[in-house]
Design a protein around this ligand. Structure first.
Ligand code: MYA
Length: 424
């Protein structure tokens, strides 16, 4: 999973992946068929949206399920540098890889702190499994609270991320036990819905996006095998194609500061209103997710455009997650487009040509700023209004997909063409 992104539909989403290459027959999902999630093949007509299963806190087990002999549950203290290092090392060695095992996410402690210690975080949601004898951390799962709006209903969720089982313990059905434990902990807090993303197909995505990539440092991407040299091209043509100006062009663009938080929340809330699924940000959350922490390695970059009347008219943000290049011990510094908004794109008065021009300007500036921050490639998904700039900004379609899931919530598909209201 990647972090919660601009989780919203657009007119360019690729549709549901119910026929994707790695879909199993429903009966083969031995665990997922027991869980409150929609199944493949059901609900082909429009459904009433809402929870699938209703329970009360009294019905929930007060203790975790026992683990197999030799292993025990722990809560991990991410405020402790030693324990943070253990989580970092588990993920660095065993977390998500691409299909060809060339790259593996390298979530550094600064990013893990940003992702898992967001407003409302609680230590009990940082769940680990240790080998009783050696004390080694061998599995992990986490969640943070997120309020999510699906069409006109907003509800509390646990956003689950960083599910990881040590390579030597794979295939032993430990993942379902971790998922049930994070569900139990959420339920005891009165949280009944979950939100998560994964590269694999599970029953059943509410939406599916494709990854797009824009080179910032073509020679490095070529050397590590990320970007092939196209037929009939030469390295210098690729370098020229992806070259960028030294300076940004949008008048009034500057780094977002704490004093901008309320204006950004207002702008973003009004902008996200056009999508069928989006998180709701409080000022505290916006400050956490968008403003870089002092004195630590920067993980988030956020910019606003301030006009002559000191009004904030636009916002754009991206974050960095490294990937280890497995063959040579180097890392790729990967930018991910995060949230953005513009006054010209707010319903019901969207000026689509003006929005297209504005977003192309803002994203081009984001590319320049990411390059200046020494990031190697800029990723974006097929969501929000990204279709208005991906091609013009020289993003190319990747082979990765990201599936979005809701736990214990029945929802109609969110994606292009499904609901005319979603189309710009
Ligand atoms: S997505 C990132 C997941 N992590 C990785 O891909 C890292 C590398 N891989 C591993 O560490 C392991 O392969 C994992 C599976 C841990 C993924 N999401 O224990 P097993 C099902 C959900 O024998 P292992 C992220 O972090 C699989 O279909 N289920 O398998 C978001 C099968 O079930 P079924 C998954 O390979 C996580 C069962 O597990 C995933 O040893 C959101 C096999 O178990 C997956 N990514 O371990 C979790 N991968 O038989 C759900 C496999 O039915 C949260 N499986 O096919 C739900 C909401 C909960 C909160 C609710 C609040 C109310």
């Amino acid at each position: 999973a990647t972090l919660l992104k601009g989780m919203s539909l657009s007119d360019i989403m690729t549709g549901l992946a119910a026929s994707g290459k790695n879909v199993k027959d429903m009966g083969a999902y031995k665990f997922w068929q027991t869980q409150p999630v929609p199944k493949f093949g059901e609900d082909t007509k429009k459904v009433e949206e809402g929870p699938l299963k209703k329970q009360t806190v009294e019905e929930i087990d007060k203790e975790p399920q026992p683990l197999v002999a030799g292993f025990e549950w722990v809560t991990v203290d991410l405020a402790d540098d030693g324990e943070m290092k253990e989580v970092y090392e588990l993920l660095n060695g065993h977390y998500v890889e691409d299909d060809e095992a060339m790259f593996r996410f390298n979530y550094i402690p600064e990013v893990l702190r940003w992702a898992m210690m967001a407003p409302g975080w609680q230590r009990k949601y940082h769940v680990g499994v240790r080998a009783t004898q050696s004390r080694k951390l061998v599995a992990f799962i986490s969640a943070v609270p997120v309020n999510i709006r699906v069409r006109n209903k907003t509800f509390a969720t646990s956003e689950v991320n960083f599910l990881c089982v040590h390579k030597k313990l794979r295939g032993k059905r430990l993942a379902p036990v971790l998922i049930k434990e994070i569900t139990r902990i959420s339920n005891l807090d009165g949280v009944w819905q979950g939100l998560y993303t994964a590269g694999i197909v599970l029953p059943r995505p509410v939406s599916t996006c494709r990854y797009y990539h824009r080179s910032l440092n073509w020679p490095k991407l070529h050397d590590c095998g990320f970007s092939p040299l196209p037929a009939n091209s030469k390295p210098q043509y690729q370098i020229r194609k992806y070259s960028l100006p030294d300076n940004t062009a949008t008048k009034g663009l500057r780094p977002m500061q704490e004093k901008d938080v309320d204006a950004v929340v207002s702008l973003l809330t009004r902008y996200l209103a056009k999508y069928d699924m989006a998180p709701e940000f409080t000022a505290e959350e916006a400050s956490h997710w968008f403003i870089p922490k002092k004195d630590v390695k920067q993980v988030i970059w956020s910019y606003v455009v301030e006009d002559n009347d000191k009004k904030i008219t636009d916002f754009v943000s991206f974050f960095c997650v490294e990937s280890s290049i497995i063959k040579n011990n180097d890392v790729l510094r990967v930018a991910y487009l995060f949230y953005y908004a513009s006054e010209v794109g707010i319903p019901p008065n969207i000026d689509k040509p003006a929005l297209k021009t504005r977003l192309n300007g803002l994203i081009n500036d984001a590319l320049i700023l990411a390059k200046r921050a020494k990031l190697d490639v800029f990723n974006a998904l097929s969501l929000m209004d990204n279709g208005l700039f991906l091609e013009q900004q020289k993003f190319g379609g990747g082979d990765g997909q990201l599936h979005y899931y809701l736990f214990n919530y029945r929802a109609n598909p969110i994606g292009g063409g499904v609901n005319a209201k979603n189309q710009l």
